[in-house]
Design a binder for this molecule. Sequence first.
Ligand code: ATR
Length: 270
Amino acid sequence: MTDRYAVIGNPVAHSLSPRIHAAFAQQTGEDIEYGAILAPVDGFAAAVGTFRSHGGCGLNVTVPFKLDAFALATTLTDRAESAGAVNTLKFDGASALGDNTDGAGLVADITIRLGLPLAAKRILLMGAGGAARGVVLPLLEQKPALLAIANRTVEKAIALAARWKSRGNVRGGGYGDFADERFDVIINATSASLSGDVPPLSKRACASATLAYDMVYGERATPFLATAKSFGVCRGADGLGMLIAQAAESFLIWRGVRPDTGPVIATLSA
Ligand code: ATR
């Protein structure tokens, strides 16, 4: 019988995950079926229960259910614990393994696809919400010279940095605290673009060789990348590569095979 997987979210109709996983299945020859489940905002556990009772093997979890998935998991990986959120569930009998592949996806996209090693680099992470929390530890594991976390609500950035200070050189503060420092990589992990805003990027933080990386993708990524470009940054990337790389990590967890993301990124960005 074909193994069943799905992405669960609200909304979910826009999700690229079914196309991505169909491409992975074709590429690797794995016999899987991958759908999309729209769950009511207060009906995550019930929707997961129904999926499991019909033989569902695993789920990708998107907005707004990553904390519900964290609570539902019977076992958590270290990276899910550190993110405080789950984006991948794998079911085995009564057990539900909760993992978080977002950080690994971001790191793989930057270091492998974009070919930029993060070791000894100076990284500015803009934002201290759920998206930022999911990537701090995987970024620190790359041994950057500095991971600066800047946020509008300064205390959140300071608390996030304090939590991980034993794992590397990490500092938290307001945007102004880092405005005069140069960075090799600047990552937008805020949700500012959802309201048409750009987080306060400093021109002095940017050099032509800086990589500006927006964790969102598509049109919404453009205002941040356009601002970076206007400050002289020559390299920019949106979060499509991260989306596909985190999906590849999920596929690996479920199927034991890591798909090649390159062809899928090429197809979807075309
Ligand atoms: P999520 O968990 O979905 O990432 P969140 O926890 O609300 O959502 O975090 C959103 C992030 O985007 C936060 O860092 C938020 O800054 P605050 O913590 O100060 O709210 C940031 N953000 C949202 N809108 C922003 C804006 N217009 N300018 C700058 N930062 C913004």
